[in-house]
Design a protein around this ligand. Structure first.
Ligand code: GAR
Length: 217
């Protein structure tokens, strides 16, 4: 019997983070296996890719349900059908109800393209540039009921360069998302990231100390 954590990835669009998780999960020693890719949007490009990979997929179009609860009941059935133990939100652009979030407490993670708690919500890169921050990045966190809130598992920092626009900055941050998300899912699936009192303790931390300067000095 495999001891890998049975993981579902939820997407709403392109799915580049999903791809990075799927690719990482192919490693023999990776502690999570992707047993389901689900989308709330029938036109999500990532679903086609997942199907081509031979992954199990589900499209649960939220527009067909009268309420969030009804949508989530359907989603929950799909998760149970596939024996899902962990959920990774990857560009899943729909708020979950507190009931659903509580049911998956510490078993549902999300990636957001900023150094939380800064710049929650949409248009993160435009707002980071507008605010003049010199370093931004991305965050993987356990999901809580409030949008883009929850104990932080991992972050990666990216310099904001002179002349950056939201697109150039998004592209560089996305590259780090593709590295940090598989690493964070590995920690969670291996039981090495525990959340307690709103904070996550990482076991087996390398102990490396590093400082990122921006501009580089
Ligand atoms: C990613 O940048 C992800 O961090 C962001 O949406 C993008 C999805 O891209 N998520 C959020 O903003 C969640 N609040 P992808 O579909 O190529 O992974």
């Amino acid at each position: 019997m495999s001891t890998k954590k049975r993981t579902a990835i939820l997407i709403s669009g392109r799915g580049s983070n999903m791809k990075s998780l799927v690719e990482a999960s192919r490693g023999a020693d990776y502690p999570a296996e992707i047993v389901l890719v689900a989308s709330n949007r029938p036109d999500a490009a990532g679903i086609g890719w997942a199907e081509k990979q031979g992954l199990r997929t589900a499209v649960i179009d939220h527009k067909l349900f009268p309420s969030r609860e009804a949508f989530e009941t359907n989603l929950q059935s799909a998760l149970e059908e596939h024996g899902v133990e962990l959920i990774a939100l990857a560009g899943f652009m729909r708020l979950m109800t507190p009931g659903f979030v509580e049911r998956w407490r510490d078993r549902m993670i999300n990636i957001h393209p900023s150094l939380l708690p800064s710049f929650k919500g949409l248009d993160t890169h435009a707002r980071a540039i507008e605010a003049g921050v010199k370093i931004t990045g991305c965050t993987v966190h356990f999901v809580r009921a409030e949008m883009d809130e929850g104990p932080i598992i991992a972050q990666a920092a990216v310099r904001v360069l002179p002349g950056d626009d939201p697109e150039t900055l998004a592209a560089r941050v996305l590259q780090t998302e593709h590295r940090v998300y598989p690493a964070a899912l590995r920690l969670v699936a291996a039981g090495q990231a525990q959340s307690k009192d709103q904070k996550v303790t990482i076991n087996q931390h390398s102990g490396e100390t590093d400082t990122l300067f921006s501009p580089a000095i």
